[in-house]
Design a protein around this ligand. Structure first.
Ligand code: F6P
Length: 347
């Protein structure tokens, strides 16, 4: 059982899809907890699965060294949702089991690093009486309650480098290049990489597109002697069932314009590798602040960034809500003025 009074032993887990910066956050939590507050830090394996199966290790300061720049998560991750029935655990009451194991492990608090799904689970576990702190991460940048999640900046760099490379090959062959970036529900990555990479067309889940508008726009560019075009799309845009968005859009453009079109699907490359300097700093700040909240006994909160200040928002308010790109976002407005096509523009 956890001891009353000051938190002495804290757990940390990473859940959902991985992203660059998770290890920097683990390090931020761990080093602050051990060095500043003299706490013990327990690393739980594979997200909530590790709490169900009681798979964990104690992390000492040495194990937290040398991981700042490392991609992925040293703890492993899974998409296990303890509040969802699953065949693997049949009739087991997973939240009850997690609570039991949390107590048996002698945890005074649990830090949950993850995206929307994880923050929702974290909020429900807080309601069950566990002392929870959430840390938002995802390359999609779509966690409600924070201006930014770590992982996004790193993925942005990767996407932009890919788009930069597409420009030269597109120009050589006078082709249209469609590039599909991640983002199931939110178009942050498509919008930012599209703008940073000089995309001519940007399609994102938030803006309904008309493929005829896109085709007309690209044809006009060709008529105006633009040798090539770059089309950046989010994986979450609407497209016929069973079709892959990147492939579908490339095919439709080719059919409608007669212009040679190729597609690139960037995929998991966006989630791998070393975090960008900005993500290292953000993840470190989130991690360190999470421990401050624990030390102050402010549980049931998610660490967040607002106007570059690190603060806390109640997990209850976050509750897995999505932060999509607002249609009046200043970047969309600027892009519109510069002639970027979002598939809904008049040509
Ligand atoms: O982490 C978010 C995300 O990268 C989405 O953009 C993507 O669709 C999803 O994860 C895919 O993850 P997985 O295949 O690991 O479930």
């Amino acid at each position: 059982m956890a001891t009353p009074g000051k938190p002495k032993r804290i757990g940390i887990l990473t859940a959902g899809g991985d992203c660059p910066g998770i290890n920097a956050a683990i390090r931020g939590v761990g080093k602050t907890a051990i060095l500043e507050y003299g706490m013990e830090v327990i690393g739980i394996s594979s997200g909530f699965l590790g709490l169900i199966n009681q798979e964990y290790v104690q992390l000492d300061e040495n194990q937290l060294s040398g991981i700042l720049t490392l991609g992925g998560t040293i703890l492993g991750t899974s998409r296990e949702n303890p509040f969802k029935k699953s065949a693997a655990f049949n009739s087991i009451d997973k939240p009850k089991l997690i609570k039991k194991h949390y107590e048996e492990m002698g945890l005074d608090a649990l830090v949950c690093i993850g995206g929307n799904g994880t923050q929702r689970t974290a909020s429900l576990l807080a309601e069950e009486g566990l002392n929870i702190i959430g840390i938002p991460k995802t390359i999609d940048n779509d966690v409600w309650g924070t201006d930014v999640t770590f992982g996004f900046d790193s993925a942005l760099w990767i996407a932009v480098e890919a788009i930069d490379r597409l420009h030269t090959t597109a120009n050589s062959h006078k082709r249209i290049m469609v590039i599909e970036v991640m983002g199931h529900h939110a178009g942050w990555l498509a919008l930012y990489s599209g703008m940073a990479g000089g995309g001519d067309v940007i399609l994102m889940p938030e803006i309904e597109y008309d493929i005829d508008v896109v085709a007309k726009y690209l044809k006009k560019r060709a008529v105006n002697k633009k040798p090539y075009s770059i089309v950046v799309i989010a994986e979450g845009i609407s497209c016929p069932k069973g079709q892959k968005p990147g492939h579908y859009i490339a095919q439709e453009i080719n059919n409608r314009t007669g212009l040679e079109t190729r597609e690139t699907i960037l995929g998991y490359i966006q989630r791998g590798g070393s975090p960008s300097p900005m993500d290292r700093v953000l993840a470190t700040r989130y991690g360190a602040y999470a421990v401050e909240l624990i030390a102050e006994g402010r549980f049931g909160m998610m660490v967040s960034s607002r106007n570059d200040s690190i603060m806390a928002v109640p997990l209850k308010e976050v509750g897995g809500k999505l932060r999509t790109v607002p249609l009046d976002h200043t970047l969309i407005e600027k892009a519109n003025r510069m002639g970027v096509c979002f598939g809904n523009c008049k040509v």
